[in-house]
Write a protein that binds this ligand. Structure first.
Ligand SMILES: *Cc1c(COP(=O)(O)O)cnc(C)c1O
Length: 395
């Protein structure tokens, strides 16, 4: 959006900015989209420029016009000071933790964190001399009692993976900052469109671009945005580790960015309608969706979030494992598979009880997570009706 002055751009609404951001028609020779720049070597015009280190592009691992386009756009919509791109959401979590922590430090991590983040803390981080304590996602200001002299980072995720507890980020951030600790948040569920991380006290925000930014289940990408305090440290760590995102994935993510606001709005609408429908089903005990008024996280969600995405869970009334299996296998439109945020609906069964340590997971029945795609909601309901019929017919 090179032709639009900064003052004009700042007044534009997020949806408009998402159409314009990161586009440089001069660089793209007039074509609408920035091409996928591929490259390791960048040539210098002369010795003086090579020695000055002032050329914008110096080597493939240090960024390209394609990665700049996405990273600058993400920084804008996140209200951040800058953004680093890495090849997966998990790599984004790893990069943020490596930025904030050193040997001998202590990490506080929500018990509801994305499972592989937990595995990284208990494996590699532990081996590198970092100790982790898991905490109840509903701890709020009570997190103060868990701080040690060497606590340097808090990893939050709101709402929590699979279980959807909403965290009080302003309360947690205030305490963490008073203790000099870095607040990291996995914001994949809401995206910056529905939760503005840095204005709620988050220092580094993670997005698995694999999910809604991609929107088509065909790429892996991670983004870490940082505020002004943490950006220099994030950039330093990122350049030393050198795990740049691939050009094709970044190109596709930029394309996803253009329609993300629309897809997210639709995911919200579909998700809410199905969540409400499911909450009235006789087979369902509870729906875990923070935008439902009777959800325990609703008040904080309403205070801090601007919307809800299409991912939520359901606790079924107690039935046999065979009945849950029959339900899942009877579904034609809900594919069974990991990841989410694509145009196609997905379902997975899950059980947090095997790994949680700070909280007990005993929801009262089998748990199933849904990711709502763009199919017609009536067809999705009919698919679930079929599934429930099979569930009831199975002992
Ligand atoms: C999927 C996911 C990730 C990891 O993203 P990948 O690109 O699959 O590595 C991280 N956090 C959350 C909340 C996720 O759902």
């Amino acid at each position: 959006m090179s032709k639009i002055a900064d003052e004009t751009r700042d007044k534009l609404k997020p949806r408009t900015r998402m159409v314009l951001l990161g586009r440089d028609h001069e660089q793209s020779q007039g074509f609408v989209n920035v091409p996928a720049f591929r490259g390791s070597t960048v040539l210098y015009p002369d010795v003086a420029t090579l020695r000055s280190r002032k050329q914008r592009y110096t080597y493939g691992t240090h960024g390209t016009p394609t990665t700049d386009a996405l990273s600058n756009a993400w920084t804008d919509i996140s209200g951040a000071a800058g953004t680093e791109l890495v090849p997966s959401g998990l790599a984004a979590i790893v990069l943020a933790l490596m930025t904030a922590l050193s040997a001998g430090d202590h990490l506080l991590m929500t018990d509801s964190a994305y499972g592989p983040a937990r595995a990284f803390a208990m494996g590699t981080l532990k081996r590198m001399g970092v100790e982790t304590t898991f905490f109840d996602p509903l701890v709020g200001a009570g997190i103060e009692g868990l701080f040690k002299a060497n606590t340097r980072a808090v990893l939050t995720e709101s709402p929590g993976s699979q279980s959807f507890e909403v965290q009080d980020l302003p309360a947690i951030s205030e305490i963490a900052h008073a203790r000099g600790a870095c607040v990291i948040m996995d914001n994949t569920w809401a995206t910056p469109l529905f939760f503005s991380p840095h204005s709620h006290g988050v220092d580094m925000a993670i997005e698995a671009g694999t999910k809604y930014l991609s929107g088509h289940s065909d790429l892996l990408l991670g983004l870490v945005s940082a505020n002004a305090l943490w950006l220099p440290r994030l950039q330093h760590t990122s350049s030393q580790i050198a795990i740049p995102a691939g050009p094709e994935d970044v190109f596709l993510a930029l394309r996803g960015l253009r329609t993300m606001a629309l897809r997210l709005k639709e995911a919200e609408r579909q998700g809410l309608e199905l969540a409400q429908w499911l909450s009235k089903r006789p087979e369902v005990l509870r729906v875990l969706h923070p935008a439902l008024p009777d959800d325990p996280g609703h008040a904080i969600w309403k205070r801090d979030f601007l919307g809800s995405s299409g991912l939520f869970s359901v606790i079924l009334k107690p039935v046999s494992d065979a009945a849950v299996t029959a339900f899942l296998e009877a579904l034609d439109l809900f594919g069974m598979g990991y990841s989410w945020g694509g145009y196609e609906s997905l379902v997975i069964p899950f059980d947090c009880s095997s790994y949680r340590t700070a909280t007990r997971w005993a929801p009262g029945g089998p748990a199933v997570r849904f990711s709502l795609g763009l199919e017609d909601i009536d067809d999705l309901k009919a698919d679930l009706e079929r599934g429930f019929a099979r569930l009831r017919a199975t002992v």
